[in-house]
Design a protein around this ligand. Structure first.
Ligand SMILES: [Zn+2]
Length: 414
């Protein structure tokens, strides 16, 4: 189902997409409901959109509870376990237990095809490119699917696993990499390291960067900082371990198109994105609450894509929202101001709740010790309408990750 505001396509292609979605859903669900205990308990068959809209929503907490009760994989299995060929798991970065996810040969093929047909081409990446993956290649699915998808495209794939940041910078340059894959924060971290060791990244061959894990590449100031550091174009990509690769940013680079030929997307009244995948039937998700907040563009995109576009990418996680003196804010709004200051190397929002008062401080690591926070505080106040106290902390003390960075740290006081 498309939301009422999601009319980004012409009505003809819109109808075509809806028909394709319904056909794929009906065919897939028939097989799932024959054998998959998790969905048999929750669903009935679907013959039309009315049926679909009556299906229950599914939350991550239900999946975690199911895997805890039926360890290790839970009951969302359409086939016996020996039919599956890959196991991945979420990072557990939000404090939850990691969620385990299995893929069959067919569903893995579906992942790679989406990368090769949608995400890479939208960024202009081709078989002639050399793609450098600045990731550790742990159990998280994003590294492996992006790597396999680039191989499917015919590009030369270069793993940056088990390297220090300095080794990654040198390797990327020595191998003549033309595309960098990393989180937005880590791309800036590599740029910072390059500067420290006297390497000029903007003279390197990198011409495109693709980012996921955080909304950064859709945040104007962050995208501008990455593009300046690499003399490259930066693109956003969205996806989730349990769902699949859901979106990509196009040549307009002002938002993320949601891949409606492979998913059904719905936007709830509060802005939460709900998704149903249409090609991962070994362990599918139907009407899954992503926890991500989005705003759908009412205008067709200049790139001509028939897929709906979410403005500025994912605005934030529903559970990342914080309140300062009655104003609801997302870390991405703060990031868009902070990243206009190239002297800021790292930052974290510290949310303290004391005596029922919300206090939020912005902790900053800066490149030079004489950085004054005055102008930044004024910019934040003007853009957000509230005062945020800025505090400079010692270089190297804030947490760093090549996976998604936690921008909001909550501390509960007395
Ligand atoms: Zn577009």
């Amino acid at each position: 189902m498309r939301s009422a505001t999601g009319q980004s396509a012409t009505s003809a292609s819109n109808d075509e997409i809806r028909e394709l979605q319904l056909n794929r859903l009906r065919a897939g669900l028939t097989a799932v409901l024959a054998t998959n205990a998790f969905w048999r308990e929750r669903l009935h068959g679907v013959s039309g959109w009315d049926d679909f809209e009556r299906l229950p929503l599914t939350a991550k907490s239900e999946l975690l509870a199911d895997q805890a009760a039926h360890s290790p994989f839970g009951t969302n299995l359409t086939h016996p376990v020996d039919r599956y060929v890959r196991l991945h798991q979420t990072s557990g970065s939000s404090g939850d237990q990691p969620l385990r996810w299995l893929d069959t040969e067919e569903s893995w093929d579906w992942w790679l095809r989406i990368w090769a047909e949608h995400v890479y081409p939208a960024a202009g990446v081709t078989a002639a490119d050399r793609v450098f993956f600045a990731f550790s290649f742990g159990p998280f699915i994003g590294f492996w699917s992006a790597f396999g998808g680039a191989q499917r495209l015919g590009a030369l794939c270069i793993s940056g696993g088990a390297m220090t940041s300095e080794q990654r910078v040198r390797n990327m340059l020595d191998m003549g990499a033309t595309v960098l894959m990393s989180t937005p924060t880590y791309a800036l971290r590599l740029a910072d390291v390059a500067e420290q060791i006297g390497v000029n990244l903007s003279a390197a061959a990198v011409r495109k960067t693709i980012h996921a894990g955080e909304p950064g590449a859709s945040i104007p100031a962050t995208r501008a900082a990455i593009e300046a550091a690499y003399s490259a174009q930066a693109f956003d990509h969205t996806g989730m371990t349990e769902l699949g690769p859901t979106g990509f940013s196009c040549s307009a680079r002002d938002g993320v198109h949601l891949i409606e030929s492979e998913f059904i997307f719905e936007v709830m009244p509060d802005g939460e994105l709900v998704a149903t995948n249409l090609g991962r039937w070994g362990m599918p998700l139907i009407r899954y609450r992503t926890g991500d907040r989005v705003v759908v563009s009412p205008e067709p995109c200049s790139c001509g894509s028939p897929f709906m576009k979410v403005v500025g990418g994912i605005q934030g996680r529903v559970d990342d929202m914080f309140t300062v003196r009655g104003v609801n804010l997302y870390p991405s709004q703060v990031e868009d101001i902070v990243r206009r200051y190239p002297q800021v190397v790292e930052f974290v929002l510290e949310h303290r709740r004391e005596r029922r008062m919300d206090e939020v401080a912005l902790l900053l690591e800066t490149a030079s010790s004489d950085f004054s926070t005055e102008r930044l505080e004024a910019d934040l106040r003007q853009a957000l309408g509230v005062r945020l106290e800025c505090r400079i902390v010692e270089r190297g003390t804030l947490p760093r990750s090549e996976l998604k960075s936690r921008r909001l740290v909550r501390i509960v006081g007395s």
